[in-house]
Design a protein around this ligand. Sequence first.
Ligand code: SF4
Ligand code: SF4
Length: 284
Amino acid sequence: MTFKLCVLSGKGGVGKTTVAAAISVHLAEKLKVMAVDADVECPNLHIVLGAGKLAKEREVFSFLPEINEGSCVKCYRCVDACRRNALFRVEGKAPILIEEQCNGCGSCIIACPAGAIRRRKVCVGEIKTGEIKESLHIISGEMKVGNEEPTPVVRELMNVVEEHENDFDFVVVDAPPGVKCNVVAPLETCDAALLVMEPTPLGIEDARRVAELIRLMNKRAFIVVNRALGPKEDLEKIRKIFPFPVIGVVPYSENVVMLYTKGRVNEIEGINSIVAKLDELLKR
Ligand code: SF4
Ligand code: SF4
């Protein structure tokens, strides 16, 4: 059965994508691996993996409401129903839609007593695929420029992953940073989570919120500490705070930066033992 691992972080720039790429390359030495870039606002896993140009698999569509001024009875129930404040009330006229705020939930359509709102289909992103080598493929989501809502793209991406996952032994998902809705979609479809964090007070604080989300979603989880530079007490503190095992530490060094810039992420110190530990824990 295919195992799906979701790689998460409390914020961007802590090395989540690097760790996801390095694990994918390592695992692909023995298994057939699908690397998934769910960080659709800023997808760069394909660059780190050296995948080159990806091919378009499909477009992702969402809906925007379109109000028929002639049918609108100016009751403004749609404005009250919209939790995103995407509809602007103008006395005596039909409400104005602020497209950037709308996530296409359709609540306004349900609330409208006059049937004055219809759905307008809009393209919000693309799903792309590529092959790095026979045992390592990539699927990536990308939001269209100007679109503010990543969740529809992430959800469609995870649908595509489910369609193809049986062709693979292992799926590594590079999730968006933080704890918004777009993180929930990949996390809920994965079997376990890998939380990447920095051993700094801010890093710990950001990671705490992700840990809470993982706990609420009842997922098995492990921690990788990246850019470890300080004293051992920092790691001890992390072990005490978080209820998940620390399975690896990646040091802060010039060598790591050099390997990253040369696309040799699988050679980064500590990745070998992280994959071995992961393998051991997942067998239990
Ligand atoms: S579709 Fe949802 S978010 Fe968009 S305007 Fe209607 S209620 Fe608001
Ligand atoms: S709910 Fe329908 S009728 Fe009422 S203001 Fe909105 S669009 Fe117009």
